[in-house]
Design a protein around this ligand. Structure first.
Ligand code: HEC
Length: 128
């Protein structure tokens, strides 16, 4: 009896581990604060392009696809096969120039995984 209970407990723990999300859960409220680092160049609440393209509805949008915005050739090429899902955004925001070599986004990146998860949750909130 005791053995079976232990077995079930172990199985439960393993299953909980398997069903955990691959990324840290993001907090959109905290993400709004992280977004202050992006605001010099980006908006999320309208289609306005600044130094960088509007990030309204960026989740699941094809990279390099905002009309009227002049992307670097590196980002245009990257956009040929990539959409901005959470995983791609996470990789880009870790170190933009590492994922898209030659991008003109001159931002070093967000070192903390939690900051990235939070800002992605905030971008998600501003996407349809
Ligand atoms: C100094 C200005 C600047 C800052 C700060 C900045 N970006 Fe950018 N961002 C750009 C530019 C310029 C581009 C266009 C890159 C290209 O064409 O290579 C861009 C592109 C992007 C893209 C791709 C958009 C698309 O339409 O494909 C995303 C996503 C993005 N930035 C997110 C962010 C986030 C999130 C932050 C803050 C954590 C941030 N950026 C901070 C200038 C900036």
């Amino acid at each position: 009896m005791a053995k079976i209970k232990v077995g079930a407990l172990v199985l439960g723990v393993v299953m909980a581990g398997l069903s955990a999300p691959a990324f840290a859960a993001g907090d959109a409220t905290k993400g709004a604060k992280v977004f202050k680092k992006c605001k010099a160049c980006h908006v999320v609440d309208s289609a306005k392009n600044k130094v960088g393209p509007s990030l309204q509805n960026v989740l699941n949008r094809q990279a390099g696809s905002v009309g009227g915005y002049k992307y670097s050739s590196a980002m245009s090429a990257f956009g040929g096969g990539n959409i901005w899902d959470a995983a791609t955004l996470d990789a880009f925001l870790t170190k933009p120039k590492a994922l898209v070599k030659g991008t003109k986004m001159s931002f070093p990146g967000l070192k903390k995984a939690q900051d990235r998860a939070d800002v992605i949750a905030y971008l998600q909130q501003n996407s349809q």
